[in-house]
Design a protein around this ligand. Sequence first.
Ligand SMILES: CCC/C=C/C(=O)SCCNC(=O)CCNC(=O)[C@H](O)C(C)(C)COP(=O)([O-])OP(=O)([O-])OC[C@H]1O[C@@H](n2cnc3c(N)ncnc32)[C@H](O)[C@@H]1OP(=O)([O-])[O-]
Length: 718
Amino acid sequence: MAFYSRVSGSVGMITLQNPPVNALSAAVRQGIVDTMHRALSEPEVKSVVICGQNGKFCGGADIREFGAKMTGPPLVPMVHLIEAASKPVVAAIEGIALGGGLELALSCHYRIAHSKARLGFPEVALGLLPGAGGTQRLPRLIGVPASLDLITTGRQVTAAEARQLGIVDEVTDLNAVDAAVKFAQSVADKSLDARRISTYPCPRPPDLDTIFERAMQQVRRSARGAIAPGTCVQAVHAAVTLPYAKGMERERELFSVLFNSGQARALQYYFFAQRAVSRWSTASGARWDTSKPRPVHKAAVIGLGTMGRGITVSLAQAGFSVVAVETQEKQLLEAKQAVSGMLERGAKRRGVPLAHDKIKYSCSVQAVADVDLVIEAVFEDMALKKTIFQQLSAICKPGALLCTNTSGLDIDELASQTQSPELVVGMHFFAPAHVMQLLEVVYGPRSCPEAVATAMQMGKKMGKVSVAVGNCRGFVGNRMLKLYLEQAFFLLEEGATPEQVDQVLEEFGFPMGVFKVSDLSGLDIGWKVRKADGLVLPAFTGTSARIRGGSRYSPLGDLLCEQGRFGQKTGKGWYQYDKPGGRVAKPDPWLFGFLEDYRAQHGLVARRIDHQEVLERCLYPLINEGFQILQDGIAAGPEDIDVIYVLGYGWPRHRGGPMFYASQVGLDKVVERLEHYQQIHPDVPGLQPCRLLRKLAAISNPAIHKWREVIQKPRSQL
Ligand SMILES: CCC/C=C/C(=O)SCCNC(=O)CCNC(=O)[C@H](O)C(C)(C)COP(=O)([O-])OP(=O)([O-])OC[C@H]1O[C@@H](n2cnc3c(N)ncnc32)[C@H](O)[C@@H]1OP(=O)([O-])[O-]
């Protein structure tokens, strides 16, 4: 709602009230309309101030209402009512003015912002455009190039930048509402003719066509299939080329196309999913609201390879004192230099003070004796990790949390090396650890709720989105990835090329296809894991070369590694590069010959594989594994899986994540296609729909937010 008061006799004050961000719900819109009419009708009121309760102006349209039937007054007539008012209206912007909130502010005749306020049009991230006149008013106020930048990227600006751009009239360090009231009194008698933005002509730069062409090219490059950014460009174009009223019509048409698109639904689902994962729960019933994190002031990182360095930087930037340990003097020095460089670049980019003095380097593991939490980040070698955990258990003070950065090893096995297995959790960071936003927090069967809560909170403090997952091989992300990789290999055996598979996946919206990513990460990493699992043995020849444990196995990746083709680092992998370390992937004629020889050797006849099959074969087994993970209780809900895939594996955000995508495709269709492929390839693993997927498909494809009701039934019933 919005409530009305009178200040100093002559100022009508409208206060938006809808916690937590004063979003423009039906009740708030109704409140604004009613109180505006009241302010205009009271003769003593000479001017009006609009502000938000609890130091937040307005977070925009109420996203929770998007899926429901529209009630209450629409936004567009509401902003027109404000702009057309005969008394000056001043927006007092504290905290945030985002989306519809900024559109509300732009309909006011003046804007006063607190210096800490942030303003922007984040609609594009929800698959929308600023549809309450934002695309028509902003270019009239600040010009086309700056508007294109803000509207197509969703970038938020500080009050200072907003002042510089001309979005706000004044910035204050004091109370912005008081300042707005004073300001409103000072302009009470002024003419409003020059204050209604919709009446301004839209500036028309001479190189208009070039500006729009460049903007379109830019969004096509960065949007990877998302439709909202390009539609935002079209809406701004209308501001320049059409009169205001016609421009508003065009904005409405374009908004409606976006609003009704599957992409907007996916992005809005994702918005809530990313927030839902902080309300974690574990299979044993521990929960975010009943588990208290332990205080952590000082942390340690053991092992300063690529991952350890990134983790050290993240911890220091988050304000923790860090003890960084690497046992060899030479490696320690190298790591120190690398970490310093990363910190310097980070401080420059983010305009924050350097965090060098937060880190103490040491060659001795004894230096971690007094820390509250240790993150072990040595390479993926269970024996080595076990030794370190035994040492840590003896050295660390009682109550210290022992965490391991691993991408898939058994947390419980490590916990069993310590005196306090309840204090052991996994923290699976993604490379580069100081950049990637995702953290899988892995709880073992013995991890106590406080340990999980502490790791979750640490991730948040480091600016990450932490997702709690159970302990199993590969956890959530890598466990599902395995299925995707395997299918990609099988497709090569059957006649596809790496370029074809990658192209299909890139058209779907992944920044890179599976083979390009493998080349980037290094083919030897998976090879090492497969060797450790006993899958790579020279004895495998003839028919057995393509069978492991009764299922089909493709040794293609192993054969490439045997040739020393480890990907970008060696200049050759699934593609060729101009030099070792080169970045530009080019098809390699050698590989075509290699695949032909391989097929001939194994009696395989290459067939034409179409786009649809590549997509379904790569994605549906991965999705099926996601359902198996839910069935096993490794992830608490589909949102957890989707957030992991969007933030950690490049799944296109405008497709919501693999589980949301499956819900859009239709679970019955996913089951049907998996069964179809299973019939053709009965020996291929991962094609058999799991029980949970079948069960959900059988109860007529319920909406994704209803899945938990089925999952939470005793798993034995599935
Ligand atoms: C014609 C129409 C044209 C207009 C279109 C629009 O305006 S589109 C909209 C354009 N606006 C946007 O896109 C703004 C989107 N919002 C944001 O960017 C951030 O939430 C923030 C910067 C406002 C606050 O960040 P922060 O890190 O301090 O906190 P946090 O992120 O954790 O959120 C706290 C809680 O608030 C909730 N909630 C937030 N916003 C909305 C909303 N609009 N609605 C409903 N709820 C909203 C959020 O779900 C969470 O709830 P929970 O989980 O506690 O139950």
